[in-house]
Design a protein around this ligand. Structure first.
Ligand code: FAD
Length: 453
């Protein structure tokens, strides 16, 4: 047997399905995909992060007697070349978004692909309703999987055990192509990305007690920061689950966090069962979006005149990171107050978000827009002023992003138009009034929902 082991979103050697299932002679590969990279900014932080992760994977594999051949090109063309070397099959992990599915279908015409459900805790066909259809609401989906999240440990793949049975194909392994040769520059990464997933988890053990209460306070760092590592498979969700289960905290504290891991499962499950949700409103309603380009630009640039939205977007533009609660607030503002199609926001996030994951991003945007899989009524519109009052009372987050506001009384951040009325400031005017735009959204969503029924 001669196999290609195609690493994509599983850049690790531990608990790795393709390494555990490989047999005889192997060629481990990674492809820097030109189809994707050609559309990405030359200073994209994600490319530096993946690049470093691929280098580490190559070293790890070499230390175990294997190696990693790194290609830069279009996957189909890479496989066209490799198909003349007499490989029997390719082992890889699954990806459900539209681009990934089409890419794999094409490659399968050249060489058989064996895909493993390695990046998530469940296969999307597990956890169906008794009638065999998928859940569309998180809570019953989650309850139905109680047997998994209540267990004390999940089985991991014995990849390290299997590696010793493998032999490297006779191939001229070259060193990794430079970032510059692919048209990218190496950029500084935020501090948390210089840590391993295991270091982040170990730090999180000291924070998990504050997770339930504190995870919404976006001026603090109470969450795990693991999303990027999950995205590129630097740790498997099974290992993370097993480590958290051993944390020295109460079961309730562990469960609250593990429940969040199941949101990731849920959105993957939704995209698998409803692939059109990448392009269409999942609940089938037809919204007359306002889709004003100027309003959208103000949102992107952090110049909406609503200081919390502006601070969240400006920090996002600078760092590629955004706290979960802020993502909920800015997505509600875009889709409800500005009445702009969630797909615009989804695309903007996809272009910059360090932890961008198609299923979670699409699912969360549809959730925010009340077009997706959720039980939240469409009339829930976040009020950004009440949100900042509750979660950033002293304006610590806002002042950290917009230094020119550092001497302003934080109470003004929580009052509509208060900054605009301050004659010593030149703060942008509000794009829309919160009250007017809230009512407009509710009326439009009411109409869209009634027409659907
Ligand atoms: C509009 C919007 C877009 C989003 N886009 C993405 C995205 O592209 N990629 C992404 O990983 N998450 C996305 N999320 C979910 C969430 O914001 C991030 O997973 C979280 O902020 C990552 O920080 P953390 O690792 O510290 O999370 P923690 O709170 O420590 O949670 C642990 C892990 O659970 C998972 N998780 C937690 N909350 C969610 C959630 N609501 N949905 C899915 N998974 C979750 C993540 O894998 C996360 O790393 C989005 C949320 C919103 C509202």
């Amino acid at each position: 047997m001669k196999q290609i082991l195609w690493f994509r979103r599983d850049l690790r050697i531990k608990d790795n399905a393709i390494l555990a299932n490989a047999k005889d002679e192997v060629l481990p590969i990674f492809i820097f995909d030109k189809n994707i990279l050609d559309k990405v900014d030359s200073k994209d932080k994600r490319v530096t992060f993946i690049y470093e992760s691929v280098k580490n994977l190559k070293e790890d594999l070499k230390n175990l007697g294997l190696d990693l051949q790194v290609f830069y090109g279009k996957p189909f063309e890479v496989f066209q070349k490799l198909s003349s070397f007499g490989f029997d099959e390719v082992l890889t992990s699954v990806d459900f978004d539209d681009y990934a599915k089409n890419r794999d279908q094409e490659i399968e015409k050249l060489i058989p692909l064996k895909r493993f459900y390695d990046s998530f805790l469940i296969h999307p066909n597990d956890g169906l309703k008794a009638d065999g259809t998928p859940y569309k609401v998180f809570t019953p989906f989650y309850k139905n999987l109680k047997f998994i999240w209540q267990s004390n440990g999940l089985n991991e793949f014995d990849s390290l055990g299997n590696i010793k049975n493998l032999k490297l194909v006779d191939f001229n392994f070259s060193s990794i192509i430079n970032l510059e040769d692919m048209g990218f520059s190496k950029v500084d990464l935020p501090e948390f990305l210089n840590k391993t997933a295991y270091e982040l988890l170990s730090e999180f053990e000291t924070k998990i007690k504050n997770y339930t209460e504190g995870r919404d306070y976006f001026y603090m760092e109470n969450t795990s920061s693991l999303a990027v590592h999950f995205r590129f498979g630097l740790i498997s969700p099974r290992i993370a689950f097993n480590i958290v289960k051993k944390f020295n905290v109460s079961d309730d504290e562990k469960e609250f966090f593990i429940r969040e891991l199941f949101w990731r499962e849920f959105y993957n499950y939704i995209l698998f069962h409803f692939p059109n949700s990448e392009f269409e409103n999942l609940n089938g309603i037809k919204v007359n979006w306002n889709n004003d380009e100027k309003d959208f630009k103000a949102w992107c640039d952090g110049k909406t005149g609503v200081v919390l939205i502006d601070a969240a977007m400006r920090k996002f533009n600078e760092t590629g990171t955004m706290h979960n609660r802020l993502r909920m607030i800015v997505s509600s503002y875009l889709t409800k107050n500005l009445l702009i199609d969630w797909k615009w926001g989804e695309k903007y996030f996809a272009s910059k978000l360090l932890d961008y994951e198609a299923c979670s991003n699409i699912g969360s945007w549809q959730w925010a827009a009340s077009t997706g899989a959720d039980s939240v009524p469409y009339f829930r519109v976040f009020n950004p002023y009440l949100q900042s009052k509750k979660f950033d009372k002293d304006g610590i987050f806002i002042k950290s992003v917009i230094p020119e506001l550092k001497n302003i009384d934080s109470k003004l951040f929580h009052l509509e138009n208060a900054l605009q009325e301050n004659m010593f400031l030149d703060y942008p005017k509000q794009v829309v009034s919160i009250d007017f735009s809230r009512k407009r959204a509710i009326e439009e969503f009411k109409r869209a929902n009634n027409e659907k029924d």
